[in-house]
Design a protein around this ligand. Structure first.
Ligand SMILES: [Mn+2]
Length: 323
């Protein structure tokens, strides 16, 4: 961490824009809304920039907040980025309006410290944990609503406290959030128990495409744009699908590919950090964490699925050789 004082940075200006990465997830939204609440409590103006669809899961969290579109924000305000490993992650509309963001709050190991001020902790489960730890460390007062948003970010990014990223520090932070009066079951249900039949129809197709290879160590599956169209499922319904590829017995590495008309989105997960999913993702211009990473490429090559399958097998072989 190069900047230790969140309060000094947050309470310096009268107004801000706050943004997360495109295709916002629970950590993005939780971190943005937490920042919003902290600032509003001090009469500091904060605009949440919407740079993607929140979907039916995250929309209820955002309802009632001042949200501006990524084409209509005021670019003269200092920009706070949350949960972005690099500035590209905020999307082109925001990037073209800023030379350099004001503040970068993140937890990706690949974070390139792209802002004037950077609060980055790669040992944290989530950007929300980075924010929560700073609040606690600096004795910055925050309310129950803020605690709920921080919990949302930590719960979703740690995969419900199942990943190794869930450390003693994570649990300590959560203890403080629970002490604020949050109800963890309420937040859990709001995220994980609101499935639609459309999502299950998409999941059915995904499960049909599951294949295991490389002596049972690797698993892959995919869905296509057509699957979304025919099932009526939404983009964010695939959240968590990749976990099925990893949770098969003996599988070490799982990959999930979404073939859209103009791009392919790939999510990578491994049971152990030693499989370095981040390095594999990097080969395709992506990034992430050692056990959870991903990339998006422009879709040009119809043979990408089989090519990627070979690359994945090769990657796993190379790591086995080194161990
Ligand atoms: Mn995150």
């Amino acid at each position: 961490m190069d900047d230790k004082k969140l309060a000094a940075l947050l309470f310096k200006h009268p107004a801000y824009n706050v943004v997360g990465h495109v295709r916002p997830d629970g950590d993005c939204v939780g971190s943005q809304l937490a920042i919003f609440n902290i600032l509003m409590a001090r009469n500091i103006k904060c605009n949440i920039i919407k740079n993607g669809n929140y979907g039916s899961i995250l929309s209820p969290f955002v309802d009632g907040y001042a949200v501006v579109s990524d084409t209509q924000f005021d670019p003269t305000l200092p920009l706070i980025c949350v949960d972005c490993s690099d500035f590209k992650r905020v999307g082109v509309n925001i990037r073209e309006k800023y030379d350099k963001p004001y503040l970068n709050i993140d937890h990706h190991i690949s974070n390139d410290k792209f802002a004037d001020h950077n609060i980055v902790d790669a040992s944290a489960s989530s950007a929300a944990q980075v924010i929560a730890e700073a609040l606690i460390r600096e004795n910055i007062d925050f309310d129950k609503k803020t605690a709920e948003m921080l919990y949302l970010g930590i719960m979703t990014d740690s995969n419900r406290f199942a990943y190794d990223t869930t450390t003693l520090d994570t649990i300590k932070v959560v203890a403080t959030l629970v002490a604020k009066g949050i109800r963890v079951s309420k937040i859990f249900q709001k995220v994980y128990e609101r499935d639609t039949l459309q999502k299950y129809a998409l999941l059915e197709r995904f499960l049909r495409n599951v294949t295991v290879f490389e002596n049972g160590r690797c698993c892959m599956s995919f869905i296509t744009e057509k699957d979304f169209m025919e099932t009526g499922a939404e983009l964010l319904d695939t959240e968590g699908f990749v976990n099925y590829t990893r949770q098969i017995r003996d599988v070490e590495v799982g990959a999930f590919l979404e073939f859209h008309d103009n791009y392919v989105k790939c999510s990578l997960r491994s049971k152990d950090a030693a499989w370095r999913m981040d390095l594999l993702a990097k080969e395709f211009g992506g990034g992430g964490h050692p056990a959870a990473a991903g990339f998006i490429i422009e879709h040009k090559d119809p043979a990408f699925y089989s090519k990627f399958r070979s690359t994945l097998a090769e990657h796993v072989k190379n790591i086995l050789l080194k161990s």
